[in-house]
Ligand binder design. Sequence first.
Ligand code: AMP
Length: 366
Amino acid sequence: MRVGVLGGGQLGRMLALAGYPLGARFTFLDRSAGGPAAQVGDMIVGGFDEPARIAEVAEQVDVLTFDVENVPAAAVREAGAEHLCRPGLAALEAAQDRLAEKQCFESLAIPVPPYRTVDSREELDAAIEAVGLPAVLKRRRLGYDGRGQRFIHRPEEAGTALEELGGDDLVLEAFVPFDREVSMIGVRTPGGTTAFYPLSQNRHDQGILRFSRAPAHGAATAGVARDYVERLLRRLDYVGVLAVEFFEAGGELLANEMAPRVHNSGHWTIEGAVASQFENHVRAVLDLPLGLTDPTGVSAMANLIGTMPDTRELLRIPGLHLHDYGKSERPGRKLGHATLVARDEEAFAAPLERLLELAWPNHRNA
Ligand code: AMP
């Protein structure tokens, strides 16, 4: 069984690490020959917009999946590889465009923050009038980890934000004064069997995920989140892992975005669940029975971003699991993550304090 993965980053690497014990082997496509996945599988070097390279991967594999969502569907179709894709291209396309994504949520009665599309200055002014300020202007495509978005607090900031984001193909969203951010990760097999992880509670800083905890405290909304993700999995005839990020405000959930792939807020499942999101994605795309998604304790995961903390110091923390993706340092780049799992939060309070001190020194002010 060989799995082709479009994208050769850390998600691909963790898919392969979970897939090897199941007997799966991996071929990756990435522009960079030296990405994290190159350490654990065959690498074909090329762009996601090169049908010939996609076809080369497709020839070697039983199924094709993604470690990034921004693969142009047209290139996959031109490569004649559409039938191999799990999840399918419809899911990929729905997640690539913030407008299509919001319309998909709305058609399933999944609430979203008030929004308007923006393709000109006049439309931005009308959108501000409609959704109010503060608001967030976002590129419809190719934005992630806080890239491609600007917060607008006062009307005078609108012009600069519009210019910086290219002037069109945007959406303006009302700023949501959320109590917290949570995400639900679900998985579905080709036969329609579904499974869900406990709700994760997530903290972002400058648009980038810094920290997740699961199961989320007092997860009264977990059942609702699960129901929403179930609706999406069915509507999209989805195969594999799907992650949906929500804002929780006043006990209600508003969908922010979905990722048609394994997700950073589910990295804790590697050590903190019976079968990880990576293992279950591989199982689902290969049409194998799913593993249990039950948590083995309470988990906390911190991303290591920009500069790598002293790994010796990290490894001194009792019970810590380190994942170093082997990337060079760069501001805002995800270089690794570390996870703590314990039977209850009290048991990891002190190790967690030390982890945050090393991994996210200004976490108290963020
Ligand atoms: P996104 O790329 O849409 O996931 O946004 C990255 C992060 O920016 C989110 O996880 C939030 O922390 C913040 N953010 C994005 N949109 C909004 C919004 N409409 N209201 C409040 N915060 C937001």
